[in-house]
Design a protein around this ligand. Structure first.
Ligand SMILES: Cc1cc2nc3c(=O)[nH]c(=O)nc-3n(C[C@H](O)[C@H](O)[C@H](O)COP(=O)(O)OP(=O)(O)OC[C@H]3O[C@@H](n4cnc5c(N)ncnc54)[C@H](O)[C@@H]3O)c2cc1C
Length: 344
C-alpha cells in the first residue's frame, strides 16, 4: 500500500460527518445503495467485535412543510427497496415526543444510522492489513504507471528519490487524485467519464444549550439532485454538535472556511431547530468531495471497475468515492477483493 502522506487518513477520510448511513437516498441497485447497506451491517458488527468507538443514535429526516412531507413517502419507499428495512414514518406528534426541540410536520426515523470513530476504524483496518501481510509505505507518491509484460511498472517518489516496481494487479483508490491516477495509466478520463469535480463542504460547530439539544442525527429532506444530503445536525462521539456540510464546487483543494457562510448555515438549520441563535455557530472544519457528478448534473455512482476492456487488465479503478464511502468502506473492500480474485 502506497501513501504519499506521513500517515493514513489525513485527507477525506478525516474530513467528513462520520455518519454510518443506512442507504436511503441512492437509486436502487446503484453501487452506492448496495455497498452502503452492506457496509452498514458490517461496520456495526466490526465495531461490536473489535471495540471501535460508535453510537447507534438513529437519524430523523425531517419535513418542515406539506410539500416536503409528500416527498418523505417516496424516500421511505426508496430506502426500503434499497434494503434499509427498519425505516418508520413519524407524525408531527411522534416527532415532537422524540425530539421536542425540532420543528417538523413529519419525519422518517432511521434507527440504524449512527456515528463512528473513523480514526479508530482506520487503525483497525491498518492492523488487519498488517496481519494479512500487507506492507504500507508512507511518504511514497505514485508518479508514473506503465504497462509491463506482467502487469504494471509503478514509479514512486519517496525521501530517497525515484524508484519503481512491477505489480500484476494495481488498485487505484487515490481519493481526490484517483482520476489523475487513471490518467497516469493512460486512460482518457474525459471520454471515460472519470474526471473529478471538487465539491467543498464546510462545517460549523453549534454551542450546546438546553433549547437546542437533540438526541439523534437530524437531516432535512434532501435536494432532488442528491449532490448532498442538505446541511444536517450531527455529533462527534464526545457529544459535540456539528452542522454541515454545505455544497460548493471549487477549483482547488483549500480547506479554509468562509465565515460569510454562517448566515446560510444559520438560516437553513433554523427551519429544523428554531431556537438556535446566530452566535451559537462557530466555523469548524471543511472536507472536499471527489465528485463525478458535475455542478447541476445527474446522479453519478461510484466507479469501481477492472479496466481489462480498456486494454488494462488488472488495473482496478475506484473513482468518485464520496459519501457514503466511509459507511461502504468494508463492503467496497470485499467487492474489490472479488474483482481482484477474478484476475488472479
Ligand atoms: C464533507 C464530507 C462528508 C462526508 N460524510 C460522510 C459520512 O457521514 N458518511 C460516509 O459514509 N461517508 C462520508 N463521506 C465520504 C467519505 O469520507 C469518503 O468516501 C472516504 O473517506 C473516502 O476514502 P478514500 O480512502 O477513498 O479516500 P481518501 O481518504 O482521500 O484516501 C486516499 C488516499 O490516497 C492518497 N493518495 C492520493 N494520491 C496519491 C499518490 N499519487 N500516491 C500515493 N498516495 C496517494 C492520499 O494521500 C489519501 O490518503 C464524506 C465526505 C466528505 C468530503
Amino acid at each position: 500500500m502506497l501513501e504519499k502522506n506521513d500517515g493514513f487518513g489525513l485527507e477525506t477520510s478525516s474530513r467528513h460527518s462520520g455518519v454510518i448511513h443506512a442507504g436511503i437516498y441512492y437509486p436502487q441497485d446503484s453501487l452506492k445503495a448496495k455497498l452502503c447497506v452492506a457496509g452498514n451491517r458490517i461496520l456495526y458488527e466490526l465495531c461490536g467485535r473489535y471495540d471501535i468507538g460508535h453510537k447507534r443514535l438513529g437519524k430523523l429526516i425531517v419535513a418542515t412543510n406539506d410539500e416536503e412531507s409528500g416527498e418523505l413517502e417516496a424516500l421511505l419507499e426508496r430506502g426500503r427497496r434499497n434494503g434499509a428495512e427498519d425505516l418508520k414514518l413519524l407524525s408531527r406528534q411522534e416527532l415532537k415526543e422524540l425530539e421536542p426541540n425540532v420543528a417538523g410536520v413529519a419525519a422518517i426515523l432511521s434507527p440504524s444510522s449512527g456515528i463512528i470513530d473513523s480514526h479508530g476504524l482506520m487503525q483497525y483496518f491498518i492492523a488487519r492489513a498488517g496481519e494479512g501481510g500487507a506492507q504500507i509505505a508512507y511518504q511514497t507518491k505514485v508518479v508514473g504507471i506503465e504497462r509491463a509484460a506482467e502487469g504494471y511498472e509503478v514509479r514512486v517518489e519517496d525521501g530517497g528519490g525515484e524508484s519503481s516496481f512491477i505489480t500484476r494487479v494495481l488498485v487505484n483508490s487515490a481519493g481526490l487524485y484517483s482520476d489523475k491516477m487513471a490518467e497516469l495509466a493512460g486512460i482518457d478520463i474525459d471520454r471515460a467519464g472519470y474526471r473529478l469535480h471538487y465539491c467543498k463542504g464546510d462545517y460549523f460547530s453549534l454551542r450546546s444549550r438546553q433549547s437546542t439539544r437533540v438526541n439523534r442525527l437530524i437531516y432535512p429532506v434532501p435536494p432532488s439532485n442528491i449532490a448532498g444530503m442538505g446541511i444536517h445536525i450531527t455529533f462527534d462521539l464526545e457529544g459535540r454538535v456539528r452542522l454541515g456540510p454545505d455544497i460548493e464546487y471549487v477549483d482547488r483543494l483549500d480547506y479554509a472556511i468562509d465565515r460569510r457562510e454562517q448566515k446560510l448555515f444559520y438560516n437553513s438549520v433554523k427551519r429544523l431547530l428554531p431556537s438556535i441563535e446566530y452566535g451559537d455557530l462557530e466555523p469548524e472544519m471543511a472536507g472536499i468531495r471527489p465528485k463525478l457528478q458535475e455542478p447541476g448534473g445527474e446522479f453519478r455512482d461510484f466507479v469501481i471497475r477492472d479496466e481489462t476492456d480498456r486494454g488494462l487488465p488488472g488495473l482496478v479503478n475506484l473513482i468518485g468515492i464520496e459519501s457514503p464511502g466511509l459507511t461502504a468502506a468494508p463492503a467496497i473492500a470485499e467487492y474489490v477483493g472479488g474483482v481482484v480474485e477474478e484476475r488472479l
